[in-house]
Ligand binder design. Structure first.
Ligand code: FAD
Length: 485
């Protein structure tokens, strides 16, 4: 094999288990590495603020790792269908490789580019890297797509075990100044004026090496007990791999095999490993749904919800966003999100239910806020999860199941440690009142440093009244149900 190859990095910012990189560098062929920030192609969703921060750091880490092997990461801005061919031409490469992604516009771009490179006589190939099972390869018994998680997961578990991860290949670079890299800072991904990223920076270490450390730490300290522990926001009981997976700093194959190995060698209980792998398969399910329902972020999966009587209430939305609803577990979650760019899964479900049911606000407001504030904001997981919480999705929690934020808090944050961490104004409250401070008489509350309506908000809505209002709103849908289903 002769010539030189271009690797186009996208959601796969890693060197190991990167099939596109391995194929490009085959037989010692020199490579060039490209990242394109494409905010110009219609249909591609611009990433949110917190994810931009992560992307900057992740590209920085990838650049470092590539530079250590003599390859410059070329950074360009523009339409992928213009930039990638231009770079390929300027560098006179004979091959172009990338890893596949999901999303109708993304696939359209890749298909167009593949045809173009083929027509130019180049070697061009895409590879499976970011999903264990690509959505278009999985079908149910009638040839359609799965709308329910359990049979989907069962079908995947009956297939061959996902391939073993690839090691990082050896590779060399070549002179790439003709590619016109603009440099990372030109992407303007970091916030300035104001710079709100200090909490996020304190919470995370970004990049492939950090992802590997995070995985090992989880396997060493938290996978044993995960099946129960995963519901406890007051403990570090989940992997926190989501942003690393989102940006492809680690692959699901690496995660899958490392966890399975712990189970197989008896170093982690099988039940805990299985539960963890089941969560990894939720990610696969979300991508399966996104592939078959490309506008998952904007369109109700169940069309009968198109007529749902959502309220308009900007003040309530702001109170929710800022963690000022007067429900401690909700406020703690929203503040954890704002500060660190991440929120525990149990609390994501609680705050989501509160927005959609108690406040009766359209789930798309929540999805958009998460999209902007999560470092792991993911086109499949975020949209599928919001539709799940709202009851509008495939295999969704039924709309009439309204989470009680007080009981959820008492069950999953029994001592109130999570609430006290993120709502320090409640730190002195006794455990009996920490999830319902309004039950204390004012003089009692003030003994613990709390003045409702002054130091901490009164509940924005009474729980029972909110629940009833949500159920009444749902009742209005019933007539439309048969027509839509
Ligand atoms: P772990 O429990 O350690 O799980 C390991 C991995 O499995 C995760 O990193 C993730 O990739 C996957 N996973 C776990 N739970 C789910 C799930 N319910 N759905 C899909 N994949 C899952 N996850 C995102 O990655 N990005 C999002 O934008 C996102 N938005 C969400 C919005 C709402 C309203 C809800 C309820 C959930 C959302 N999730 C999202 C799913 C889940 O909350 C996170 O994946 C999880 O909290 C990440 O923490 P972890 O890595 O410690 O998870």
């Amino acid at each position: 094999m002769s010539g030189r190859a271009l690797v186009w990095f996208r959601d796969d910012l890693r060197l190991s288990d990167n099939p596109a990189l391995t194929a490009a560098a085959r037989d010692g062929r020199p490579i060039a590495a490209l990242y394109v920030l494409d905010e110009a192609t219609p249909g591609l969703r611009a990433i949110g603020g917190a994810a931009k921060w992560w992307l900057h750091r992740s590209l920085e880490a990838l650049s470092r790792d590539l530079a250590a092997r003599g390859v410059e990461l070329i950074i360009r801005i523009g339409r992928s269908t213009d930039v990638v061919p231009a770079v390929a031409k300027a560098l006179d490469v004979t091959a172009v490789h990338w890893n596949r992604r999901v999303g109708s516009t993304e696939i359209k771009i890749d298909t167009e580019l593949k045809a173009l490179f083929k027509a130019r006589g180049l070697e061009v190939a895409s590879h499976q890297a970011n999903l264990l099972f690509e959505p278009w390869t999985i079908a149910n018994k009638t040839g359609g797509f799965f709308k329910v998680y359990t049979p989907f997961a069962r079908a995947l578990r009956a297939l061959e075990t996902p391939r073993t991860p690839l090691p990082a290949p050896a590779f060399t670079g070549f002179e790439t100044s003709a590619a016109g890299s603009v440099g990372l800072s030109s992407l303007s991904l970091l916030p300035i004026k104001p710079d709100w990223s200090a909490g996020i920076a304190a919470a995370w270490t970004v990049g492939e090496a950090a992802a590997r450390v995070r995985l090992e730490l989880f396997l060493d300290t938290a996978i044993a007990g995960y099946a129960d522990g995963r519901n406890r926001p007051d403990q570090v009981s989940t992997s926190r791999l989501s942003p690393h997976l989102k940006f492809g700093e680690i692959s699901p194959f690496q995660v899958w095999h490392a966890a399975e190995l712990r189970g197989a060698t008896g170093r982690a209980p099988k039940g805990d490993v299985d539960k963890f792998l089941a969560e990894v398969l939720w990610r696969e399910f979300a991508y399966h749904l996104l592939h078959h329902h490309p506008d998952l972020a904007t369109r109700n999966f169940q069309p009968r919800f198109d007529e749902f009587p959502w309220r308009t209430d900007p003040a309530a939305l702001t109170a929710w966003q800022k963690g000022q609803t007067g429900y401690p577990i909700v406020d703690a979650g929203m503040r954890e999100l704002w500060t660190t760019g991440w929120m525990h899964n149990r609390v994501r479900m609680i705050v989501g239910s509160f927005l959609v049911k108690h406040l009766l606000l359209d789930w798309r407001h929540g999805e958009a806020w998460f999209w902007d504030t999560l470092v792991d904001a993911d086109p499949a997981n975020n949209t599928a999860s919001w539709q799940w919480v709202a009851g509008t999705g495939a295999d969704a929690a039924p709309y009439f199941r309204v989470f009680n934020p007080i009981l959820q808090g008492e069950k999953f944050d029994p001592k109130g440690a999570y609430v006290k961490q993120w709502c320090p104004e409640l730190a002195q409250l006794p455990t009996t009142a920490v999830h319902k401070p309004w039950t204390l008489a004012p003089h009692e509350a003030s003994r613990f440093g709390v003045r409702l309506g002054v130091t901490y908000p009164k509940p924005i809505i009474d729980h029972e009244a909110g629940r009833r209002r949500a159920l009444e709103a749902f009742e209005t849908l019933k007539d439309g149900r048969t027509a839509a289903e």
